[in-house]
Design a protein around this ligand. Sequence first.
Ligand code: AMP
Length: 330
Amino acid sequence: MKRQNSANATTTSPSKFFSNTSNQFSEILKQITQNSNNKPMRKACSPNSNNQMQKRVKTQITSISRNPNLNIHNKNISASVPKNKLEYYQVLEQIGSGKFGKVYKCLLNQTKKLYAIKMIDKLYLKKNQMLHQLHREVAIQQMLKHQNIIQLVEFFETTNNYCLVLEYATGGTLFQSLMKQNNRRYSEPAASNIIKQVACAIQQMQQQSIIHRDLKPENILWCNGQIKISDFGWSVQDKKERDTLCGTIDYLSPEMVFGQQYDNSIDLWSLGVLTFELTTGRTPFQVQEGFTLQFPDYLSGDVKDLMKGLLTDKKNRKSIEWVLNHVWLS
Ligand code: AMP
């Protein structure tokens, strides 16, 4: 089953900015999904009262480096990791599962404060040669301290797992709350409030030369009415342009899809896709259609202007400062 499309959306005339034809686009995406070893479907549990399960296609792309010599997978991170701190916590219940492991709600015995602990199976990591990726996720998340970013509190290992202790987000994912809205979309004022907070987090990441590379509703959490970015599993920090293919298909920028060099503006593309999804209940680009942008008539001129500034080719894409000063966010 595909992502849910909003039911009665009519459209205004499309703006197509990318020169590749639709056929080329679907061919490239076909190759990407064939090349990735990933599970093509990710389920998201709808929080509807009737407890219906809703699926959406979440083809998440495994990291594919175009230069295999650049992959250094066997970095040993064990030496410096504190051990066995799990005994200080009471593990209460599983609250999620991600790319590498399971996430549990936990209580720190001493303070009775709640945390989320992401437990990552050491054998799985080793088998998939992803130790370096965990190392990067931990290093990046330790660096980031911002009200709209989930704080990494500590990192340790047990016999079988690496454990990331994270600030506990009380309100679930943005995807779950989106599914609860009428027509699975937010009103523009509500969406604007969310997008502004995500934009603040992106600004902080850019100031620290960090690219998240997988921004989407599933990786955005609610914590006491505030938005917090999470899951830095695909993040990188440096100023160089990159060409590794990773992320989630509906949110991939054209430069990434077409194998060009990219930079931190891919997070701004994702912000544009997120704005579209929050205000319409669906993502803007379907595999078969390429990057043709069509807006439902009910959207305001301001939000369309914001999205046009982001959902465009890298050269013309607006900056995070432009976004934060945009009238739709005021
Ligand atoms: P991740 O591995 O980061 O993608 O997390 C998988 C799932 O675990 C998320 O979709 C959330 O449902 C849940 N989760 C992750 N981090 C937290 C957190 N800090 N607080 C509450 N739930 C979380």
